[in-house]
Design a protein around this ligand. Structure first.
Ligand code: HPA
Length: 270
């Protein structure tokens, strides 16, 4: 299978070479941090930080709340590459840019890929601050990937094994862990009340503007994927005046610690 970055492929190889030179070879796992969740990165001890701007070919993020660095650290006893900051389709980024971190993690030999994001809760039972393990996805951005139909086989993309371990880690820590389907919208606007009703009818439990393309690429590369969404807002039709980016960032700052500790304790149990 050919991926757009493979044909330009030198990019990923050159980026991987730089990270190996900086001491980030042979990771066990990669973790991508979503909007406002980079406070996660601030508390990491003995970390090796490589700014995205040092990495050849690495797409840059302009959205506030994203830090923009790869951090090599020990998370839950596993050698982990934390990608702090991501680019989105709504920034005009190509599928190749959006999936660059995934291909880089695969190139360096990571076998577990953890993707996190900030999401709007579509399930009316959700509360701000809830963590949701992603069981499946609806890729409303499909069509962006200029690849032959069927390139990505998505059944079972969110690893049942990792979900079982995450549930057990959450139970140990007495964290209430939700589980459900993530709807990946193109953004950049937050949903209208009509779109929220549509998302609920489609069977989504949470909605956000990222994740789905990365998971397509990760699953197609044979990485074992876990997705964890932090619910930063619950836009219930009827009592909803519009989500703001500030509200999402603030809830992200408050919820990042719980999300990170659950990711860490999940990795520890692997
Ligand atoms: N919609 C889309 N993306 C989001 C939301 C939302 O309500 N909250 C955080 N990211």
């Amino acid at each position: 299978m050919t991926h757009p970055r493979d044909t330009a492929g030198v990019s990923v190889a050159a980026a991987a070479k730089l990270l190996v030179e900086r001491g980030l070879a042979d990771p066990d796992a990669a973790v991508v941090l979503g909007s406002g969740l980079s406070s996660f990165a601030d508390g990491l001890g003995d970390a090796l930080v490589v700014p995205y701007s040092d990495i050849p070919g690495f797409p840059r993020t302009a959205v506030s709340g994203h830090r923009g660095a790869v951090i090599g650290c020990n998370l839950g006893g596993k050698r982990t590459l934390v990608f702090s900051g991501r680019v989105h389709h709504y920034e005009g980024c190509s599928p190749a840019d959006v999936t660059f971190s995934v291909l880089l993690a695969a190139e360096l030999g990571a076998s577990v890929f953890v993707i996190t994001n900030a999401s709007g809760g579509i399930d009316p039972g959700f509360d701000v601050g809830d963590l949701m393990l992603i069981s499946d996805q609806i890729a409303a951005v499909t069509g962006q990937q200029r690849l032959p139909p069927g390139t990505f086989r998505m059944v079972g993309a969110y690893s049942e094994r990792l979900r079982a371990v995450a549930r057990s880690a959450a139970a140990d820590a007495k964290i209430r862990l939700r589980e459900g389907v993530y709807l990946g919208s193109l953004g950049p606007t937050y949903e209208t009340p009509a779109e929220i009703r549509m998302a609920r009818l489609m069977g989504a439990s949470a909605v956000g503007m990222s994740t789905v393309s990365e998971v397509q690429a990760a699953h197609s590369r044979g990485l074992e994927v876990m997705g964890m969404a932090l619910v930063t807002n619950v836009p219930l039709p009827g009592r909803f005046h519009g989500t703001t980016h500030e509200e999402v960032l603030e809830a992200g700052r408050r919820g990042a610690g719980a999300l990170v500790s659950l990711v860490s304790s999940t990795l520890e149990k692997l």
